[in-house]
Design a protein. Structure first.
Length: 243
C-alpha cells in the first residue's frame, strides 16, 4: 500500500472516530446502543451469531485495508462463555474459517496474475516475495505472524501466490494464525473484549484510537527491512564476541 494512501486512510479514520466520539458524548441513547452489544437478542442466538461472525470476518479479510472485524467474535461468544466453554471454541473456529476464505483471495490473486496488482504496491510486495524466496523456511512463521496480528495479510499472501508457494501450507498457517487470534477474543483473554463494545463507551472509543494508530505504525514499518536490520545486528554482535 502506498504510504501516501496509508496516511490518507489513517487521517480519514481518525476523523471518523472523532466524529463518533463527539456524537456519543452528546447523545446518551447512542452511548447505550454501543454498550453491552453482546447482550442484544441477535447474539443470544448461537446460530445467527455464528453466521454473522463468519461473514464479518470474511469481508474484513477481503478488504484491502485492516478492519477491526474481531469485535464480532466477542459479541458472539460472550453470551455463552460462562455457560459452555466449548462454544467460544466453536465461535473461534467459524471466525477463523471466515478469515481464511477472505485471506485466500489474496493468495490466489497473486497466484493467478501479478497484472491485477496496482503499481503502488508492487515494490513493497516484491521485497516480501524476494525475502520468502531467499528464506523459504521462514515462510510459515511469517504467514502465522501476519495471521496473529492486525497487519494486512495481503502483504504476505499475494507474494506467496506469486512464487506459487504450496497452497496446503498456506492454508494451514493462515488458518492457525487466525484461529489463535480468534481464540484470544472468543475467550476474552486479559478481558480484551471490554475494550471493544464493553461496559464503557469511553474505553471502547479509546481502544479504537489505539488500534488505528497501532495498525498505522505497523503499516509504516517495513517488516522485511526490520528483520534484515535485526539479523544484521545479531551477526555483527556474534562477530564482535568471536573477536
Amino acid at each position: 500500500m502506498n504510504l501516501k494512501k496509508v496516511d490518507y486512510i489513517f487521517f480519514v479514520l481518525i476523523i471518523i472516530i472523532t466524529i463518533i466520539s463527539i456524537d456519543l458524548l452528546l447523545n446518551i441513547s447512542h452511548r447505550k446502543a454501543i454498550e453491552n452489544i453482546s447482550k442484544y437478542e441477535t447474539f443470544q442466538n448461537l446460530g445467527i451469531g455464528l453466521l454473522i461472525t463468519f461473514w464479518v470476518c470474511l469481508i474484513g479479510n477481503i478488504l484491502p485495508v485492516p478492519t477491526p472485524y474481531t469485535f464480532v467474535v466477542c459479541f458472539s461468544s460472550q453470551p455463552f462463555l460462562k455457560i459452555n466453554l466449548s462454544v467460544p471454541l466453536l465461535v473461534g473456529f467459524v471466525a477463523s474459517l471466515g478469515c481464511l476464505v477472505g485471506e485466500l483471495g489474496g493468495y490466489f490473486l497473486g497466484r493467478g496474475t501479478s497484472k491485477l496488482i496496482s503499481e503502488e504496491r508492487t515494490e513493497n510486495l516484491a521485497k516480501y516475495q524476494q525475502y520468502i524466496i531467499n528464506h523459504p523456511k521462514l515462510a510459515p512463521f511469517l504467514i502465522y505472524f501476519f495471521g496473529l496480528t492486525p497487519l494486512n495479510d495481503d502483504l504476505i499472501t499475494i507474494p506467496l501466490g506469486l512464487i506459487k508457494y504450496d497452497v496446503k501450507k498456506t492454508i494451514f498457517w493462515v488458518f492457525l494464525g487466525k484461529f489463535c487470534l480468534m481464540l484470544i477474543f472468543a475467550y476474552n483473554v486479559l478481558k480484551i473484549c471490554t475494550l471493544i463494545g464493553g461496559e464503557s463507551w469511553i474505553i471502547s472509543i479509546a481502544s479504537l484510537y489505539i488500534i488505528v494508530v497501532f495498525v498505522y505504525l505497523m503499516l509504516k514499518i517495513n517488516l522485511i527491512d526490520l528483520i534484515k536490520k535485526v539479523s544484521k545486528k545479531e551477526i555483527e554482535n556474534d562477530e564482535f564476541r568471536n573477536h
